[in-house]
Structure formats: structure tokens, C-alpha cells
Design a protein around this ligand. Structure first.
Ligand code: 13P
Ligand code: SF4
Length: 356
């Protein structure tokens, strides 16, 4: 549906009044009505870099989810304030790993006699205190666009016996370790934070190379290999393009896998007339279908599948946050405490320093 013209005019006026003082970042899963006002759009890796690249902007309005705004706060200067237009825009996957659970797992790894071989790697989709945990324990942050390089780096940190504890998305961890780095499914174990000792024996921990946290994305977890088979039967030349947060069985059947930025670039480079089934959040797939009418683009699920927390940032919340800034009120500021920020920055900086 078309946006309310009054709200559009108010958003434009607020943006104009703030000028260079505000920098608006928009994740690819945001609604069109919000993307329209973004100064830059990107995947979570690009947005983290872009946030750091505007030291002159007083306000960073982050149209995305909570962990992204936290990362932007960590990567921006002390004079800059990061605003999340709706504080309820969290991420269910990030919420699946709490710092107390991660500390308990770390202690269990010590008790099993393997902790000194383990390098923790956390997906960007995690809270700042888990990034800080990685920072102080020799680990790194990764995103869906650099998980392979980050895991490769991690496996070189403790010699041939290195193990990786991958937080919190088991699918990104498994897909990267098995399909990109050549580990086997038998090298991977899943740590369940709701079971004593993660549901694993000390023997299993000693044999494992990749310890995957039992977290997942509820949006990407819905795509199934069966739908891929059905689509291929109907449209034999269809190409299947999915995000690495999808289950391993889905990624195995796909033609291409990559971050949201990769998905966009792939579609932009695709020839007219080509057919694509895309397995990622629906706002992005609908936008790609609309902006590429010469290509046949379908969503890889029978049902509607928006990320409900990404969708919380809508035009009314955006206008509310922006008009408050114009009036001199900073609302919904995301501020990471100094100690957490310092340690999380170590892990984020290791990621930004990775090759490629
Ligand atoms: P990317 O934009 O990094 O591909 O991540 C997708 C995602 O789920 C963000 O929450
Ligand atoms: Fe989190 Fe999944 Fe939504 Fe991304 S799409 S913000 S991983 S719930």
C-alpha cells in the first residue's frame, strides 16, 4: 500500500531540517516506506562500515534491528548518538544466546579440558556483550558476507587442533564450515544452552572441531527443500538463491548462497528473462521483483514470511524519531557501556581487518 502522504512530507521535512547532522542507515529487510529515506542501504557488514565512515554526523538513525544499532554505537565516535526508531525491533536469533549461557558454556569447555583450543566466533546477529566475550577471549565477529574468511582466520589461531565455538546461528556456522571450509557434518556438534553441559559429553566436545550454538533465524528456518523440488519440477531452468541462515538441507539444494548484498548483486547481474526463487526475507524479495520486472522472481515459500521485528520500523516510528531530533530530543538512543564497547570493538575490529 502507498504510504500516507502526510507522513512522507513530514519525514522529508525533518530530514531536510537536520541536513548533514543526521545519517540514516537502512538494512535491506526494511519496508520500502523506510528505505526511501535511507542515505545508505546495505547488509549488516556494509552498514557497520558505513556507520563508521560518517564521523561528522551527530545522529545515526538506524533502520534495522537492535544488535545492528549496538554495533553502530560501538563503531562510531563518542560525539555521535545512535537512534533505533522502535526499541522493540530486536532479533529472535540474537536473543537465543545470552551472555550468562555463553559464560556457562565456556566454563564447561574448560572443565572438559578443551577451552584452550577453542576460538569463539560470533555472528553479527548477537548482543554487544557476546561480541565483548569474543573480544576478550581471542575471538572475532563475522557477518553472512565474511563468515568463510572469519572462520578460516579462527581455525588458524590455535594450530592444527583449533576448535571453533560458533554463536548463535547454527546454520550459518554449519553451512560455512562444511560447504566452504571442507569440514564434515561429523566434525560439528550442537551446543544446547537449555541442557546440562550443552547436551554433550566431554568425549564429544574433545572430538568436535565446530561447536555450533543451538540458535536459528525463525524467518529463514521456514524455507524447505521440498519447495525447491516442487519449483524445479515446475520451472526447470529456475535458479535458487538463498541466504546462509537457511537450513543445511536447503542450502545444499540451492544454486547460490550469500548475504543480502550478494543476493541483490546477483539479481542485478542476471540476464533478462532468467528465473529465480529467492530464500530470504520477503520485503527484500518483493523489492527485487518490483525493480527487475524483466526477470521472473518468486519467493521460496508458499507463505508470507516477513521478519516481524525488522518490520517494526515503519514510517510513523521513523517520523516520530526524526521530528524529536528536530525538536532537540534524542529518543530511543542505543548506548553500549564503555567496558562492553571496548571489548566488543576488539572483536569487531578483528573482523574489519580480515582480508577481502
Ligand atoms: P545480512 O544482511 O548480513 O545478509 O544479514 C541478514 C540478517 O538476517 C540480518 O538480520
Ligand atoms: Fe533476526 Fe532473522 Fe530477523 Fe535477521 S531475519 S533480524 S536473523 S529474526
Amino acid at each position: 500500500p502507498a504510504s500516507d502522504p502526510d507522513l512522507v512530507a513530514r519525514a522529508r521535512a525533518a530530514k531536510e531540517a537536520l541536513g548533514e547532522r543526521v545519517f540514516v542507515l537502512g538494512h535491506h529487510y526494511q519496508r520500502d516506506e523506510v528505505i526511501e529515506f535511507a542515505d545508505v542501504t546495505g547488509d549488516s557488514f556494509k552498514l557497520a562500515r558505513d556507520a563508521a565512515a560518517r564521523p561528522d554526523a551527530e545522529y545515526i538513525v538506524f533502520c534495522g534491528v537492535h544488535f545492528m544499532a549496538e554495533s553502530a554505537d560501538i563503531l562510531t565516535g563518542p560525539g555521535q548518538q545512535v537512534i533505533l526508531p522502535d526499541l522493540a525491533a530486536g532479533c529472535s536469533m540474537a536473543d537465543m544466546a545470552r551472555i550468562a549461557q555463553v559464560e556457562a558454556a565456556w566454563a564447561a569447555l574448560a572443565a572438559a579440558g578443551v577451552q584452550n583450543q577453542v576460538v569463539p566466533v560470533t555472528y553479527m546477529n548477537s548482543s554487544a556483550d557476546i561480541k565483548a566475550f569474543c573480544g576478550r577471549n581471542g575471538g572475532v565477529v563475522c557477518t553472512s558476507s565474511n563468515a568463510e574468511v572469519a572462520l578460516d582466520w579462527a581455525f588458524q589461531q590455535k594450530g592444527v587442533d583449533t576448535k571453533v565455538l560458533f554463536l548463535p546461528d547454527q546454520h550459518l556456522g554449519r553451512n560455512t564450515a562444511v560447504l566452504k571450509l571442507g569440514y564434515s557434518l561429523d566434525d560439528c556438534v550442537v551446543w544446547n544452552p537449555h541442557k546440562p553441559n550443552g547436551g554433550l559429553t566431554a568425549e564429544e566436545l574433545r572430538a568436535a572441531r565446530v561447536i555450533l550454538w543451538k540458535g536459528h533465524c525463525s524467518v529463514h528456518g521456514r524455507f524447505s527443500p521440498t519447495v525447491i523440488d516442487e519449483l524445479r519440477a515446475k520451472v526447470p531452468d529456475i535458479k535458487v538463491l538463498v541466504h546462509p541462515e537457511c537450513q543445511h538441507e536447503v542450502v545444499l539444494k540451492a544454486d547460490l548462497v550469500g548475504s543480502t548484498e550478494f543476493i541483490i548483486k546477483t539479481i542485478e547481474a542476471a540476464p533478462a528473462g532468467s528465473s529465480w526463487a529467492i530464500g530470504t526475507e520477503l520485503n527484500l524479495v518483493q523489492r527485487l521483483a518490483r525493480t527487475h520486472p524483466d526477470k521472473n522472481i518468486v519467493f521460496l515459500d508458499r507463505n508470507v514470511c516477513y521478519c516481524s521485528t525488522m518490520n517494526r520500523i515503519d514510517l510513523p516510528h521513523f517520523v516520530w524519531a526524526m521530528e524529536n531530533l528536530v525538536a532537540g530530543n534524542v529518543v530511543n538512543r542505543i548506548e553500549v557501556d564503555a567496558q562492553t564497547e571496548q571489548e566488543a570493538l576488539v572483536a569487531l575490529q578483528r573482523m574489519l581487518d580480515l582480508p577481502g
